[in-house]
Design a protein around this ligand. Structure first.
Ligand code: BG6
Length: 463
């Protein structure tokens, strides 16, 4: 039996823009806007307007999640729903009523809410007016919005998060064009990375003003960690992995937990003439406002090799001048999603946090398997028999269990996701849920993994 620590949090994660639908929102976020402009950019032309209809269905969805063993739900507030005037930070009362009732319904059903403040969903007005997180003014507006959230909902919510996967904001919006504003600009991505760290620190400062530091209420951030593994022992491959680790993981992990950017990364960016603009006051704030806990999203490792051409070549600055992706022969793949499956990396993460980040409290804030055309696996009663997902979750839980046994301070495991949800450009192509959503009728039913997870959560482990 793999038994987990007492009070281990068995949870699921989703986000506002991916579950609620944009009903009654007065503002658009960057995805609402992009979809309205270019629906063909989204898989099967499906946009964020209905998502999994959580805005209308939450009173039924929440008990269903409870039935699947979900004891904690991590979701996010939509900045573009809650705030009426972004500069004045006034609120939309209809949105306040929705979030209040959603939180109360969770609590009535015995589900603890964990609330995140930004899941890629920059209000498009702020993107167009200021460039979103390209601008330091927007980091102040974000802190103002965060403060409003704490004031409105902090009486019932003890766990808060500033961002989900800030690195994906760079990857999608500023490097590889899978999120609006679809820019390709390495140096700008560097500044956005810094500003995201700054915005997080400013929001944490607001939190501390209200709740201090006594640990009764906690604030963290959610990072997608992808441990970098070199293709070989060669010096060149090792150097590629070192940079990849700095860029992909430490650029957010170090300031969040240790309050400082890794000096090696700063040195490289400075030498290349692309280092962010920072002031001593801002760096002091980042130093002071570190997190209480970490959410770690884990899906896949980051395998790299030395780049084909030298970083010294005449070319525009992009982080990948220092590494190429390495496709390891014989790797196990989730072919639908295109991600390698390597649970051992979760053990490596657990030890890395234990040894290099003060063994800070953390939890797996997302882990899961996205599979397309799950109708393939339905039985005669219409239940998706997703044994592949159960196997995936078990493998990762076993690796995590080893990490916890070795002393890593992990308090929970959250599946991505409870109910199948809308996923950005991929829309509903890959399904991750413990609960199936028939998107044309919005009928929701437990998959085999939902019944399995309920048992694991009840027993606090599995055979
Ligand atoms: C995570 C994100 O990285 O991956 C989620 O936090 C996202 O928002 C999930 O939905 C799965 O992505 P995809 O594109 O496979 O549906």
């Amino acid at each position: 039996m793999f038994e987990f620590p007492k009070n281990f949090a068995w949870g699921a994660a989703t986000s506002g823009p991916q579950s609620e639908g944009n009903f009654k929102k007065k503002h658009q976020n960057v995805f609402d806007y992009w979809y309205a402009k270019d629906p063909k950019a989204f898989y099967a032309g499906v946009g964020p307007d209905t998502a999994s209809n959580f805005y209308n269905d939450y009173r039924e969805d929440i008990p269903l999640m409870r039935q699947a063993g979900i004891k904690v739900l991590r979701t996010s507030i939509q900045w573009s729903r809650l705030i009426a005037d972004f500069e004045k930070c006034s609120v939309d009362e209809e949105a306040v009523a929705f979030y209040n009732d959603m939180i109360d319904t969770l609590l009535e059903n015995g589900i603890t809410p964990y609330l995140n403040l930004c899941h890629f969903d920059m209000p498009v007005e702020l993107q167009h007016k200021y460039g979103g997180f390209e601008s330091k003014h927007v980091t102040d507006l974000f802190a103002g919005y965060a403060k409003r959230c704490f004031e409105l909902f902090g009486d019932r919510v003890d766990h808060w998060f500033t961002f989900n996967e800030p690195k994906v904001i760079l990857d999608g919006g500023y490097l590889y064009q899978f999120h609006y504003p679809l820019k390709v600009d390495g140096p700008l991505a560097v500044q956005v990375a810094y500003n995201l760290n700054l915005a997080s620190a400013k929001a944490i400062a607001e939190f501390r003003k209200l709740y201090g530091n006594d640990g009764t209420k906690k604030i963290g951030t959610i990072l997608n960690l992808t441990p970098a593994y070199a293709a070989s022992e060669s010096k060149a491959d090792q150097a590629a992995a070192e940079f990849a680790e700095l860029w992909a993981n430490k650029m957010f992990l170090d300031p969040a937990v240790l309050g400082e950017f890794p000096s090696k990364l700063v040195e490289i960016l400075e030498k290349d003439g692309v280092l962010w603009e920072a002031t001593p006051e801002e760096l002091a704030l980042i130093k002071q406002e570190t997190v209480d806990l970490l959410g770690i999203n884990f899906y896949h490792p980051f395998r790299v090799k030395a780049p084909e051409i030298s970083a010294k070549s005449l070319q525009d600055w992009m982080p990948d001048i220092y590494f190429d992706n390495y496709e390891m022969p014989g790797r196990v793949m989730n072919v639908d999603k295109g991600w390698e499956i390597y649970p051992e990396a979760l053990y490596d993460i657990a030890l890395n946090i234990r040894d290099n980040y003060h063994n800070i409290e953390w939890f797996v804030s997302e882990n899961g398997m996205g599979v397309s055309r799950e109708e393939r696996f339905m039985d005669e009663h219409g239940m998706v028999c997703d044994d592949y997902r159960i196997e995936f979750l078990k493998e990762h839980l076993r690796a995590l269990h080893r990490g916890i046994t070795a002393g890593s301070n992990c308090h929970g495991y959250f599946v991505w996701t409870g109910i199948d949800c809308w996923s950005w450009q991929n829309a509903y192509r890959n399904r991750y849920g413990l609960i199936r959503d028939e998107i044309h009728t919005q009928t929701k039913t437990l998959k085999k993994s939902g019944y399995w997870f309920a048992k694991v959560s009840a027993q606090n482990g599995f055979e």
